[in-house]
Design a protein around this ligand. Structure first.
Ligand code: NAP
Length: 281
């Protein structure tokens, strides 16, 4: 396919960010559609953040993804923030135009797209448990809440963050029953159809399983946002007990497809992006 004449730069901003698989996924998409662009890694220290964001346009950068730890701290520098990103309180995608910086959050929608399209799981009327109340959990809790699960229990070791999230969800989405769990046991996993791990626990070999294996059952889908390793201890134990399982690679793909569409206005080439991710792992 013929290339466009103007060259554009995209990338992921984070600290650290070197481990990111997003360059593989987006560069495959640009190649597939013949878009004259490249996707880089922008690893910036906190003291470099403001200058970097304010000069994006000057460096021919047309769009960026934002990852840990900047999803919240970039928000004050943006001209416009989408209603979804405002609701979630975090931005993972920035579209750069010559006169404005627009912020979006595609994490929650990406999670839901994967859940519904590829895993065939419809959360409406279901019971959901989430471990974690950070940025990703917040995006997932908001998007799930919009389609009305029956109850949603959430647990986090950070009790302040947990309480804030529960109060916020109760105020915004009255129809779901929200439970602020004081422990994993209080999540009521035995009654749940979906359990989401939205903590980084499971990435390291030395990390524990988080959930007592006795709590897994056949009517449960266990979704771990982690994709490296592809099977965490949590997913292994759940699978062995007959639960359905998924790692976070599908969410990574769908959130990336949504970012791509925001930047380019074109439908993202799902299969090339999926293949690029699979081979990178
Ligand atoms: P975050 O903002 O740091 O939130 C994680 C939360 O989990 C924090 O509140 C943390 O508390 C809490 N936590 C840590 N250990 C815990 C434990 N043992 N039990 C209960 N809560 C615990 O991180 P995030 O941005 O939400 O990301 C969470 C995970 O999702 C990361 O692994 C990230 O890579 C992954 N992720 C995946 C995708 C994808 O596309 N697949 C997208 C976004 C994020 P403390 O701060 O006190 O430790």
């Amino acid at each position: 396919m013929e290339k466009n004449s103007s060259f554009a730069i995209y990338g992921v901003l984070g600290y650290p960010a070197k481990h990111s698989l997003s360059p593989k996924m987006h560069n495959a998409a640009f190649q597939e559609l013949g878009i004259n662009a490249t996707y880089n890694i922008f690893e910036k220290k906190p003291e470099e953040l403001e200058e970097f964001i304010r000069t994006l346009f000057l460096h021919n950068i047309h769009g960026i993804n934002v990852t840990v730890p900047y999803k919240e701290s970039v928000m004050p520098y943006l001209t416009k923030v989408s209603s979804e990103a405002r609701l979630i309180g975090a931005v993972n995608t920035i579209k750069v135009s010559y006169d404005k910086l627009e912020g979006f959050n595609t994490d929650g929608e990406g999670f839901l797209d994967h859940l519904r399209r590829d895993l065939g799981f419809m959360p409406t009327g279901k019971n959901v448990a989430i471990i974690g109340a950070g940025g990703a959990a917040r995006a997932i809790a908001v998007y799930l809440s919009r389609i009305k699960p029956r109850f949603m229990s959430i647990y986090d070791i950070d009790k302040v963050r947990l309480k804030e999230l529960i109060l916020y969800l109760k105020e915004k989405f009255g129809t779901t029953g929200y439970i602020m769990a004081d422990s994993i046991e209080e999540l009521n996993i035995g009654y749940c159809n979906l359990l989401v791990n939205a903590t980084p626990i499971g990435m390291k070999d030395s990390d524990p399983c988080l959930v007592d294996e006795k709590l897994f059952h056949k009517n449960l889908l266990v979704y771990d946002l982690i994709y490296k390793p592809s099977e965490t201890k949590l997913l292994k134990a759940a699978r062995e007990k007959g639960a359905k399982v998924s790692n976070g690679l599908g969410m990574l793909l769908y959130q990336g497809m949504l970012s791509f569409q925001i930047w380019t206005g074109k439908p993202a080439p799902k299969e090339s992006m999926r293949q690029a991710l699979s081979s990178a792992l």
